[in-house]
Design a protein around this ligand. Structure first.
Ligand SMILES: *Cc1c(COP(=O)(O)O)cnc(C)c1O
Length: 363
């Protein structure tokens, strides 16, 4: 068996310890004689798994008791519709457009509410986070929407928008559990698991209880109603049982590391290794505004597209996979989520140095 350094943006690397544990338990979960995949979601033993996952997530993020934790399906993209459908009272929502995912969320919301795009960084190819300290928030906005970490472009909010008292909704898919987060600042936080916390197929929604209403329920499809999922503790129908089990293992792994403060320190160290190298390289450079840099998705280019291509190819041959940037962006992207060990980033920087030296003549 040979594992490589996988810089995929998602589905992405998972902690090796978690995968090994899951492998050990594959055929017989704790004496049950079956795999977690084969268990009834209504069984006592599975209830223990989901309860423990929720408890550990609450500990990690210090989630107050007036917030519900939901484990749902349909990916982050389904939340693009669930949020407006369940929150629209005045049918007005303010969106901060910082990349492709926020753009898609706004377009989906437009089917249900009047969308005001109150800030955007599209003018510079989403290479920065706009000033959100004094936005023109709509008086009757049902919520203000942001995408915290922009997976494709490699930017991240360093300060939360001033929503002037309106409910804040955040797509935190690609930075979820990568650093501490003050849950009380949000009405809803959602995250697709496959970026930083588990396999594809599970999406985690943290929602303040007063936002869960039945008012709009009559025409919203039952699977898209927060109230139904909340009332049934994510068990209205069969939840993504195996995905939740793996997320739970990742939560335990994080708790054992020392929680979110501890992983944040490691993530800073990892990202700085890469950014510091990029800032002094004569061949490679980071593609986004320094103040907006993501710790999870590091986007960069070299001085030519031909060199980009050569670099991606040689990197792959040397055990560094999935470094190609998003198709509309080009260049490179190294996704260095929680599970990427610092050795992986060190090895990548060393490889980049060697590549830069070997190709000096063409610079
Ligand atoms: C990947 C991603 C999505 C889309 O997630 P799906 O689970 O494929 O629907 C949405 N938002 C962000 C920030 C992402 O990184």
């Amino acid at each position: 068996m040979k594992r490589i350094y996988n810089f995929s943006a998602g589905p992405a690397i998972l902690p090796e310890a978690v995968l090994k544990e899951a492998a050990d338990e594959m055929l017989d979960y704790q004496g049950s004689g079956m795999s977690v995949m084969e268990m009834s979601h209504r069984s006592k033993i599975y209830q223990g798994i989901i309860d423990e996952a929720e408890k550990d997530l609450r500990t990690l993020l210090n989630i107050p008791s007036n917030y519900k934790v939901l484990f749902l399906q349909g990916g982050a993209t389904t939340q693009f519709s669930m949020v407006p459908m369940n929150l629209m009272k005045h049918k007005v929502a303010d969106y901060i457009i910082t990349g492709q995912w926020a753009t898609k969320a706004a377009e989906e919301a437009e089917k249900y509410v009047k969308v005001n795009r109150v800030a955007s960084s599209e003018d510079k190819m989403f290479s920065y986070i706009p000033d959100v300290s004094n936005l023109n928030i709509s008086e009757d906005a049902d919520y203000v929407y942001m995408c915290d970490n922009n997976t494709i472009f490699g930017t991240k909010f360093k300060e939360l928008p001033n929503t002037k008292g309106k409910v804040l909704v955040s797509d935190a898919s690609s930075c979820f559990l990568s650093e501490p987060m003050d849950v009380t600042q949000y009405g809803i936080i959602f995250a697709g698991a496959q970026k930083n916390v588990g396999p594809a197929g599970t999406v985690i929604v943290i929602i303040r209880e007063d936002l869960i209403t039945k008012d709009l329920a009559s025409y919203v499809p039952i699977m898209l109603r927060y109230d139904i999922h909340a009332e049934n503790q994510s068990m209205y129908n069969t939840p993504p049982t195996y995905g939740i089990y793996l997320c739970g293992k990742v939560f335990k792994w994080l708790l054992n590391l020392g929680g979110l403060e501890a992983i944040y320190k490691i993530n800073l160290e990892k990202a700085n290794l890469l950014y510091d190298y990029l800032d002094q390289s004569k061949m490679f450079y980071g593609t986004v505004d320094k103040k907006s840099r993501s710790l999870m998705n590091v986007t960069f280019k070299s001085i030519s597209e031909a060199l980009d291509e050569k670099f991606i190819k040689e990197a792959k041959a040397n055990g560094f996979d999935n470094l190609k940037g998003y198709r509309t962006v080009g260049g490179m992207r190294a996704s260095i989520y929680n599970a990427m060990p610092i050795e992986g980033v060190r090895a990548l920087v060393e490889f980049m140095k060697t590549f830069e030296k070997a190709n000096e003549v063409s610079v």
